[in-house]
Design a protein around this ligand. Sequence first.
Ligand code: 5AD
Ligand code: SF4
Length: 467
Amino acid sequence: MDKTNTKKFYIKTYGCQMNVYDTERMVDVMAHEGYAVTESPDEADLVVLNTCHIREKAAEKVYSDIGRLRAMKEKKADDGKDMVLAVGGCVAQAEGDQIMKRAPVVDMVFGPQTYHRLPDMVKQATSQKAVGEKPRILDTDLSVDEKFESLGKKDVEQKTSAFLTVQEGCDKFCTYCVVPYTRGAEFSRNIEDVMTDARKLAEAGVVEVTLLGQNVNAYHGVGENGEEWSLARLIRELARDPGFQRIRYTTSHPSDMTEELIRVHAEVEQCMPYLHLPVQAGSDRILKAMNRHHTADSYRKIIEDLRKARPEIALSGDFIVGFPGETDEEFQETMQLVRDIGYAQAYSFKYSARPGTPAATMEDQVPEEVKAARLAELQAELSRQQVAFNEGTVGQVLPVLLERRGKGAGQLVGRSPYMQAVHVTLGDDSLLDRYFGRIVDVEILSAGPHSLKGQIIEEAAPVAARG
Ligand code: 5AD
Ligand code: SF4
């Protein structure tokens, strides 16, 4: 493509890894149309905000960003240049009409299941001659049938660690959550498409794959012969062919944590000893009101079984404090659960009422200052646990996948099996290429709350493929 014809595309991603993945796909789709990514919105011909609706704060941020972009767009228009401003993702899905009304500067609004139509939408939006006279487009169709085409050959960048979406949407309807409304019904990609994409990633040099889905452990992909694979089966097959060195999956629901999947943690060495398994709360009454379909004890039992299967497994979770009606005693049950489990890391949030969800209209909404105090107490305990977990790895030799350059000279950053960021200094920039993208044995020398420092001992032997 002639450089002078290259258009510039700026995309901002909010929220979860599913959005990160969708952003990568949109970049691929638009690259075929001659759009190159830019880091500066003011030089972009197309600006996309890939939004998140999970909590109020995330959604409000979108409107303040639109305000800033409006000024940019107006300035460009004064210079006779155009900028197409598009809002995609979950806020678009949930509040499409409102965005069109509240922000006339927005040219396009499209939901998370429509990004394959992005080139057509952009063509439509840029079809008119004069700046400011373009049609406005709203596409919030929720059917996923066409969205997942297999990755094109060119679409796989040189990466060592990649996401692969295998499942999307959710039928669980936790009473606080917008996902079933913004991402639609639970949908598993078929086995052939997943395996095709997996092989392309492996051929491109990817050694670690993270299988993505809002409810990834509910995966039930169908094969050409009508056979169904669970997530457990999929992981076993991927460990064999294409034989990734490392396999992770996220996010999981406790009620889909089957015995078969737990066995995978015991038997498939490439399945990393780290699991993000949200519990949300420690009180059975609150879990019931959340429609979680598990109890605190059934969660404890899953963790016990996982630890029997893979004793060193590191755990991560999500927590919501101040769900409607939550008493101090019930919150203390969450604290007790956290102390019982011991997390390597975790995410915790104040309950945020989301319009259209059942919990938003429940009585006994918890006052903001109570939520804030509970969150502070919970986060203090979770950070204490995180520090303790990180410190516990000092002195150990861990296999680390070195996947990006660090800030300092001769530095590389990688991940331990437990998802910790590990910094190593090679001392010499010429060694960077030799180690980049490799799994090496690193002796952990020190630990901070968010990362570890270590030194390379030797290259780790590849894990033998077994399923
Ligand atoms: N308020 C606060 N936190 C929420 N989450 C989902 N919905 C809400 C809400 N309405 C949290 C849950 C979920 C994570 C992705 O976000 O903990 O697991
Ligand atoms: Fe939301 Fe619950 Fe589905 Fe997770 S399981 S996406 S919290 S509805």
